[in-house]
Design a protein around this ligand. Structure first.
Ligand SMILES: Cc1cc2nc3c(=O)[nH]c(=O)nc-3n(C[C@H](O)[C@H](O)[C@H](O)COP(=O)(O)OP(=O)(O)OC[C@H]3O[C@@H](n4cnc5c(N)ncnc54)[C@H](O)[C@@H]3O)c2cc1C
Ligand code: SF4
Ligand code: SF4
Length: 432
C-alpha cells in the first residue's frame, strides 16, 4: 500500500484523480489511502512534493530550503506574537529565523478577529487589505433569571481583521526587515547544553536539521510545547480553557458597525457568544464556553447552533467558514523565561481572561521579548536572570491588567455573570 509522508503532503489532491481504483481520498487536510490500493505506483509521479512512496521504495529526494545552521534568534510560530518578535529582532540587526509548521501563515484562522484601533496602531498602520470592517459601537446583552439587560457604548473604535491577510503581512514585514521565514517547517525539539537552550531541531519537507540559536522564542500558540521541552510548566488547567466554535455567516442583516456580546449561562456557560461584523452582510458569529462547564458535556458547536437558531437575523444566514479553537484564559505560567528561551503570546497565556482577546497582547509581548533578548545577546548573557527583565516588564505592564481580569473572572462564577456588575467589568475588558 502506498505510504503518505504527512510532513510533506500539502493536501493538494493532485494524486487522487490518477488512481485507477479510487484508493485515495482527500479528507480535507489528510490524504487517506484505503486497502484497495494495488501498489501500481501511478500516483507517485503525480505528487509535486514527493510525499508518496511505495512500501519497498525510499521517499523521493526533496531539497530543503537553504537555512543557516546558526542564528542569533529562532522564533517558533509565525502568529502575531512570533512575527512581531522576528520583525523587532531583525530591525535590531539580529539574524533571525521565523519557523511556521503550517504551509500557509495565518491559515486556518482560529480567531473572531476583533482588535481595538488604539491597541493595533502602535504596531502597524491600518491597511484596507487586512481590515474587513471598522466598528464604533458595542452592545453587551446579559440574559439571566432576572431578565434581559443591555449595555451599549459608542465611540470605541476597532477593527475586524482578515487574519489570514494580517498574519501573513506581519511575517512579510519581518522578512522585509531581514528575518528568514520558513513555512511547513516545524520545531520538533530543543538543543540544550548544560541545561541551557541553545537551538532547535527542525523538520521540514527536506528532513530534519539542528539549528543553533543564542535565544529561542516560543511563540507556538495555544498548543505550545516548546516551553515544556525546556522544563517550563505550561499545562493549562481545564477550567482555564475557553473552547470556541464560530461560523463566518453570510447573508445576514446586522448593524455593520456594532460588535455584540451575549452573556448567558444558557447560551455560553462560563463564556459568551459574539457577533463581530465583517461587512457585506457577513459576521463572525461564535460561542466560547468554559471547558467542562456545559450541561451533559455539550460541545461549543452545539451551543453555537442553538444560539444561531435563537436569533432570527442569524438563522437566515449560511455558514461559509467554520472556525474552532481553544483560548487559554489563565494566569501566565510561573516563569516566562529560562536559560536561552522566552515564551510569548498564547504560549505564555498572555490572553485577556475575560474576553479571550490575545492578538495585540501577543504582539506587545513579542516586541518586548525581542528587545530584551537583543540587549541580552549584546551583553553576552542569555541566562534566565538576564532574560527575566522581560518577565518583570510584562508583569508591571499588560500582565497587571490580565491578572485583574483573571481575578474578576474568578470573582464571578459562571452562574453570577448575567449581572449588571459583571457586564461593567466585561465592558472595560472588551474596550481594551
Ligand atoms: C475562536 C477564537 C476567537 C478569538 N477571537 C479573538 C479576537 O477577536 N481578538 C483577539 O485579540 N484574540 C482572539 N482570539 C485569540 C487570538 O487568536 C490569539 O490570542 C492569537 O492568535 C495569539 O497569537 P500567537 O502569535 O501567540 O499564537 P498563534 O496565532 O496561535 O500562532 C502560533 C503559531 O505557531 C505555530 N506553531 C505551533 N507549534 C509550532 C512548531 N512546533 N513549529 C513551528 N510552528 C509552530 C502555529 O501553527 C501557529 O501558526 C481568539 C481565539 C479563538 C480560538
Ligand atoms: S499506488 Fe496505484 S492503486 Fe495505490 S493509491 Fe497510488 S495510484 Fe492508487
Ligand atoms: S499529490 Fe502529494 S501533496 Fe498532493 S495530496 Fe497527493 S500526496 Fe499530498
Amino acid at each position: 500500500m502506498v505510504i503518505v509522508d504527512r510532513q510533506r503532503c500539502c493536501y493538494c489532491g493532485g494524486c487522487v484523480s490518477v488512481c485507477p481504483v479510487g484508493s485515495l481520498n482527500l479528507a480535507e487536510t489528510r490524504l487517506l489511502v484505503d486497502d484497495t490500493c494495488t501498489d501500481c505506483g501511478l500516483c507517485l509521479a503525480a505528487c509535486p512534493v514527493g510525499a508518496l512512496r511505495s512500501v519497498e521504495s525510499e521517499s523521493p529526494k526533496v531539497t530543503a530550503m537553504p537555512l543557516s545552521l546558526r542564528y542569533d534568534m529562532v522564533v517558533v510560530g509565525a502568529g502575531p506574537a512570533g512575527s512581531l518578535a522576528a520583525l523587532t529582532a531583525a530591525q535590531l540587526d539580529l539574524s533571525v529565523l521565523l519557523l511556521e509548521k503550517r504551509q500557509e501563515i495565518g491559515s486556518p484562522v482560529r480567531c473572531a478577529e476583533g482588535v481595538g484601533r488604539s491597541e493595533i496602531t502602535p504596531f502597524v498602520e491600518p491597511d484596507p487589505r487586512w481590515i474587513a470592517a471598522t466598528v464604533d459601537k458595542a452592545e453587551i446583552t446579559a440574559i439571566g433569571s432576572g431578565g434581559i439587560e443591555t449595555l451599549r457604548s459608542e465611540g470605541g473604535y476597532g477593527y475586524i481583521l482578515e487574519r489570514q491577510v494580517f498574519d501573513r503581512m506581519l511575517a512579510e514585514e519581518a522578512a522585509a526587515a531581514g528575518a528568514q521565514v520558513a513555512v511547513k517547517t516545524e520545531a520538533t525539539g530543543l538543543l540544550q547544553q548544560n541545561g541551557a537552550v541553545c537551538g532547535v531541531i527542525v523538520r521540514g519537507p527536506g528532513g530534519s536539521t539542528e539549528i543553533e540559536a543564542r535565544v529561542v522564542i516560543a511563540a507556538d500558540g495555544v498548543e505550545s510545547q516548546v516551553g515544556r521541552w525546556a522544563g517550563l510548566e505550561t499545562t493549562l488547567p481545564l477550567h482555564d480553557t475557553m473552547t470556541c466554535a464560530q461560523y463566518l455567516l453570510a447573508g445576514i442583516d446586522i448593524d455593520p458597525t456594532c460588535c455584540s456580546y451575549f452573556i448567558s449561562e444558557e447560551i455560553a456557560p462560563g463564556g459568551y457568544a459574539w457577533i463581530f461584523p465583517k461587512g457585506e452582510g457577513r459576521a463572525n458569529v461564535g460561542v466560547g464556553v468554559q471547558a467542562g462547564c456545559t450541561a451533559e458535556d455539550e460541545s461549543a458547536l452545539t451551543c453555537l447552533h442553538r444560539f444561531i437558531e435563537s436569533e432570527p437575523r442569524l438563522a437566515q444566514g449560511s455558514p461559509v467558514t467554520m472556525v474552532s479553537g481553544g483560548v487559554p484564559v489563565a494566569l501566565p505560567p510561573r516563569h516566562l523565561v529560562t536559560d536561552g528561551l522566552m515564551l510569548v503570546g498564547d504560549a505564555a497565556r498572555q490572553v485577556n481572561p475575560l474576553t479571550g482577546g490575545g492578538i495585540t497582547n501577543g504582539m506587545t509581548a513579542g516586541r518586548l521579548a525581542a528587545e530584551i533578548a537583543a540587549a541580552a545577546i549584546a551583553a553576552g548573557d542569555v541566562s534566565s536572570a538576564a532574560l527575566a527583565a522581560y518577565e518583570r516588564r510584562w508583569a508591571v505592564g499588560l500582565g497587571r491588567k490580565m491578572a485583574r481580569s483573571y481575578r474578576w473572572r474568578e470573582r464571578f462564577p459562571p452562574q453570577a455573570r448575567a449581572s449588571r456588575s459583571f457586564m461593567r467589568v466585561f465592558a472595560i475588558a472588551a474596550a481594551g
